[in-house]
Design a binder for this molecule. Sequence first.
Ligand SMILES: [Zn+2]
Ligand SMILES: [Zn+2]
Length: 350
Amino acid sequence: MQAAVMFGYNDLRVTEMPVPRPGPDEVLIRVQACAICGTDPKIVAHGWPNNPPFGQYIPGHEYAGTIVALGEGIADYQVGDRVAVEPHKGCGHCENCIRGFYTTCLNYGNLAAGHRHYGFTVNGGYAEYAVNHVNTLHRIPESLSFDEATLITTAGTAQYGITRIGGVRVGETVVVSGPGPIGLMAAQLVKAEGAGRVILTGTRQERLDLGVELRAADITINIKKQDVVKEVFSLTNGVGADLVIECAGTAEAAKDAVEFTRKNGRVALIGIYQGDIPINLNKVVQWNMTLAGGKAEGDWSLRRVLPLLADGRVKAGPLITHRFPLREINQGIKTFVGREGGAIKVVIHP
Ligand SMILES: [Zn+2]
Ligand SMILES: [Zn+2]
């Protein structure tokens, strides 16, 4: 099969690889589409802890396709089923997995213990075929294309952040910070789940506008032009936002999120942060706030978001701006990283 293989740092090449074989409780998937995630360029540049050896490592973790072969013990799926996958498969027997927290499996990276992180610690979807454990499969509704289905992990990640702070209560004012793919999904999800008002904040006007077009954002704040903290307080009669989903992943955004949240408000942090973040922790205590991190798409969130994607309450299609064949994967990554042509989500077709 053709696959994009890491031969070293910044050395991703499309080459011939053997088709993998499904073991017990696994299926073989003919990959139809694999979306580029924000972590993929980082993996290409720096690798990933416990990644498979160079020369054999196929990244890509947001993929969808058709089941073409079944391993031993698969009773719930058949050849021909259209499925999308989630990247995390916990070991299934550590304390966290047993309690349902498989994205924070205590055996992360331990293949012998049964843990898999597809596209990270084992091979993923930048290939014509991929093998996945049954626990990671989600049947794609008829109404969703393979391209759209690749975004269920993006939606699931946004959903897990929302879940981590107790969900949305009807009528709440929610700020979604960072109009990237996860933020645009989060805005749509909180809207569909009963938010009264959704305020989308960020720096890229076209993406903020897309949030409005998707009927997710009621109000947008361009933080380059407006003082976001002041604006949120003025929009909420000086009270602050009920709920904040921070997806921008910058120090400034995390700091502001805590600043414009109300007394007793809740903040989900689902960006990828670096360095020291100057959060006002005393405010968190004195204002009785809840601050929670959300690791990836836990809580089987993909299954929760599927019905919303299936009937169009949440849309994946408008986020997909570019498509490339597998042999042009490096061009695809370049387009994604440079946000060339307004790129938001870029999908690769093996
Ligand atoms: Zn991802
Ligand atoms: Zn585990």
